[in-house]
Design a protein around this ligand. Structure first.
Ligand SMILES: O=C(O)CCCC[C@@H]1SC[C@@H]2NC(=O)N[C@@H]21
Length: 284
């Protein structure tokens, strides 16, 4: 699966609600699509999401792709969808932690509709899960979501939603959380071409970001859609903060603010930051 587009043909293939207006650019190479759109946010050049407007930037290659928690995100040229969507909205700071989960839920649902069995791991991982239940533990990291924001004048926020999805397997070995990488080309039931994958994700994420009631939509996605997509729920996990294991327990789901609940012998603990590593057969 190879990702390479020109803006005009991608734009022509999109089915968007009539009020949605996209400024779409597809580039061969950039540093980071998230960094580019955040720069636009800093200069007041992201469009108005209340009016249904968004910027979408897709790159075939990134020189300095960004992952969560200051990590880098690497992908071979054309091997992954590398995309950011940017807009300005009014969003209470208390909901920023829940937004990546809502984005993940929307992206996972869009990919499921294309036949890939995609689930989620807190806070931002897209997982590819084998369809056969007896192989459900042969899960891999398909991609990730990186939401970055920039406070603007008034109570407006520049919101940049980045997503990376592997079409082909990357060269890298393990990913954060100890999972092997996975790619859409491995999902037997997903025969959609790269253009269809891209269009489905642009349509779904644009629709989310211009929702008139964005806070209510985030809330509903996190509380109602995320649970069915939550791969970790009920499984043994190890919580890692600052490189150290801080808790062994059982993932117990997500709160409305995006916090992960983990149950252990010491009771229930909420996490708003850190990594959640799955433990299979007692191993990390
Ligand atoms: O798993 C993660 O830590 C999040 C990865 C997010 C990667 C995407 S690729 C497009 C966008 N631009 C970036 O620099 N990062 C995000």
């Amino acid at each position: 699966m190879h990702f390479r587009f020109d803006s005009a043909s991608l734009q022509a293939s999109l089915r968007l609600a009539p009020h949605v207006r996209l400024e779409l650019s597809c580039v061969e190479e950039t540093g980071s699509t998230n960094a580019d759109l955040l720069e636009r946010a800093r200069h007041g050049r992201l469009p108005d999401g209340d009016a249904g407007a968004l910027s979408v930037l897709i790159a075939r290659q990134q020189r300095a792709g960004r992952g969560r928690a200051g990590r880098t995100w690497q992908a071979d040229p054309g091997a992954a969808l590398l995309m950011s969507l940017g807009t300005t909205r009014r969003l209470h700071a208390g909901l920023i932690g829940a937004l990546p989960l809502a984005v993940g839920a929307v992206a996972a649902s869009a990919l499921q509709q294309l036949g890939a069995n995609v689930m989620l791991k807190w806070p931002n991982d897209l997982l590819l899960v084998p369809a056969a239940p007896e192989h459900a533990e042969r899960v891999g990291k398909l991609g990730g979501v990186l939401v970055e924001t920039h406070a603007l004048a008034g109570d407006q926020l520049g919101i940049v939603v980045g997503i990376g999805v592997n079409g082909s397997l990357p060269q890298t070995a393990l990913t954060p959380g100890g999972l092997p990488p996975a790619a859409l080309c491995e999902a037997a039931a997903c025969t959609a071409p790269a253009a269809a994958v891209t269009a489905a994700l642009v349509e779904a994420l644009a629709d989310l970001l211009v929702q008139p009631d964005l806070p209510g939509t985030i809330h509903t996605l996190v509380l109602q859609r995320y649970p069915a997509l939550d791969y970790a729920r009920g499984r043994p996990v190890q919580m890692i903060q600052g490189g150290a294991v801080v808790l062994d327990g059982i993932a117990d789901g997500i709160d409305s603010d995006g916090a992960l609940r983990v149950r252990s012998a010491h009771g229930m603990r909420r996490f708003v930051q850190g990594d959640c590593s799955l433990r299979f057969g007692g191993q990390t």
